[in-house]
Design a protein around this ligand. Sequence first.
Ligand code: AMP
Length: 290
Amino acid sequence: MQRAQTIPEIRAAVKDLKAAGKRVAFVPTMGSLHAGHLSLVEKARESADAVVVSVYVNPTQFGPDEDFDEYPRQLEADAKLCEEAGVAVLYTPRDDSMYPPGFSTFVQEELLSAPLCGRGRAGHFRGVCTVVTKLLNQVGPDLAIFGQKDAQQARVIQQIVRDLDLPVEVLLAPISRDPDGLARSSRNQYLDASQRESALTLRQALAAIEASFAKGERSTDALLSIGKGILKKAEGVQLEYLEILEAKLLQPLHRVDRVALVAVAAEVGPARLIDNTVLDGVSGEIRATL
Ligand code: AMP
């Protein structure tokens, strides 16, 4: 596995791969890699000939009261996992090349970034859009893989790729879960045993909504009250939102008569956790990705 730290290094590495006729897939991450990230690498390997992974904890997507300083960093363990997963190039840019002194240009998506996490995390998606645009420009992959775990982020990125004519294909990978159902996240490391137990209620609320939908319920109010009932009873779970939105433009929906995103965010002890599911109101199926 090759390592790259600077923009010239990553550009040269990808140029060599492409010169060898390889289709290059890119998986951007903030590191502290787990099986969820590795499922994206796996999908990347299935869809291309060489995989580039980046590890960069992007300061501009964290609010002033968020966990940028505490965010887990374990670069050498990440490098070992990437090597074992058959990654061709690990790109670990430094702050001074991502945001050199005098940096003053940001990318802002204004529609899909507004609801859900956009409400509680001012500036978050502006940071995400800026860093993802920069990383795509630096790496120049043929395709990029993002996780359904961050469904709103995935939609926002699809939108900026379209709106800004970025020459990359975007693929989504399903949510990877621990055996108990908890969506894998680098932030799960913050949870102790009882908080982890409480965190499972996020998935339980979504599962109850899925079950009611499968039985034919289509009213978003009815579906939401089932989920909220479960989350209300959970100890130590501070609900931020549980919403059902139309999946394309993330607009409110009264009845699930098209594809809908059911998204939840909550604070459980020190961790802000998110999870989601996708209900297809046309086919009646539960979907793995948007
Ligand atoms: P992060 O390191 O949290 O910024 O995540 C990097 C990428 O991995 C994003 O596209 C995430 O959506 C994706 N990802 C993180 N956790 C999971 C998971 N449990 N299942 C699927 N994708 C994930």
